[in-house]
Design a protein around this ligand. Structure first.
Ligand code: C2E
Ligand code: MG
Ligand code: MG
Ligand code: MG
Length: 286
């Protein structure tokens, strides 16, 4: 009857809530432990430079190597780390590990740049620039090989403060990329104020570039705008040959996506570089 089913629905709802609350708390505790014990791995996804046909850069992407659940993607824990402040120490680990790795590649004859995603919470931390400077000093990595990726929607919230923080980093010789471009609500006028060197077109546009003439027009506009502002432009999430051909033809400086390679372990990235990125033969396409 209605009364008992109503009751059982209520009970179900309560128990679901309890599980959610519990798992969230548990996740926070485990995440704290994971930061202390450095239970993380960085994967590196190669970016292909269209003009040279070579891999010139790799994006560091974090995974949580959980003792029970195995590799957990960042979408499952970055938000939590941002909310409870763990992103500061986690982000520092990411930055240090990526810079150490990049220096190792250089020592092994692979002159790659590394790009690292940073959260606005890290950027706004008073000690961030100092921490970047310290990591560059101790790893011995030339700042020009480090790129920091920030998303436009996060920057907009405290735009003046963020511009100052980014300028300080630019002055150190670090590159700044605007990630997931096109997905935020930002005004185009911010583009010339931000001290950025690179712009990454979000995958959601790339997905439709071959099927929707209007999306193609937007991408044409972004590329033209990037050239005018002296920004290097990367297409993110390129999966298919037809997308690759079209974007390369349009003058995208760099291509990133499963079509080139999935994110790889550091040693595999080095092999990929050394073999000329030869999973696909790009010289055939270019
Ligand atoms: P993002 O910075 O935009 O990174 C690109 C994401 O797209 C990565 O997902 C990558 O694996 C995925 N991807 C690349 N090419 C393709 C493709 O062709 N097809 C598909 N389906 N996916 C592709 P991932 O590694 O799961 O990272 C997701 C997001 O998590 C990143 O998006 C970034 O915003 C964040 N993230 C990753 N690592 C870190 C980190 O160390 N710190 C911070 N703060 N955020 C991070
Ligand atoms: Mg990124
Ligand atoms: Mg991102
Ligand atoms: Mg992105």
């Amino acid at each position: 009857d209605a009364k008992s089913s109503g009751k059982s629905q209520c009970k179900l709802y309560e128990s679901t809530m309890a599980i959610e609350v519990k798992s969230r708390t548990l996740l926070e505790v485990e995440l704290k432990k994971a930061v202390d014990e450095e239970q993380f791995l960085l994967y590196y996804q190669p970016l292909l430079d269209y003009k040279s046909g070579r891999i010139t850069k790799a994006e560091a992407l974090i995974r949580w190597d959980h003792p029970q659940y195995g590799l957990i993607p960042p979408s499952e824990f970055i938000n939590i780390a941002e909310e409870d402040g763990l992103i500061i120490s986690m982000g520092e680990w990411v930055l240090r590990t990526a810079c150490e790795q990049c220096k190792t590649w250089h020592d092994n004859g692979c002159p790659l740049s590394v790009s690292v995603n940073i959260s606005a919470i890290q950027l706004q931390n008073d000690f961030f620039a100092e921490s970047v400077r310290n990591i560059l000093n101790t790893t011995g990595l030339d700042p020009k090989y480090l790129e920091l990726e920030v998303t436009e929607s996060e920057l907009i919230k405290r735009i003046d403060e963020n511009i100052d923080k980014l300028k300080e980093l630019r002055d150190m010789g670090v590159r700044i990329a605007l990630d997931d471009f096109g997905t935020g609500y930002s005004s185009l006028s911010y583009l010339y104020m931000l001290p950025i060197s690179d712009l990454k077109i979000d995958k959601s546009f790339i997905d439709e570039v071959c099927s929707d003439r209007r999306i193609e027009a937007i991408i044409d506009g972004i590329i033209l705008l990037s050239k005018g502002l002296d920004l290097d432009v990367t297409a993110e999430g390129v999966e298919k040959e037809e997308q690759f051909k079209l974007l390369a033809d349009k003058g995208c400086d760099r291509i990133q996506g499963y079509y080139i390679s999935r994110p790889l372990e550091a040693s595999r990235l080095e092999e990929f570089y050394t073999s000329g990125g030869a999973v696909n033969d790009f010289s055939m396409v270019l």
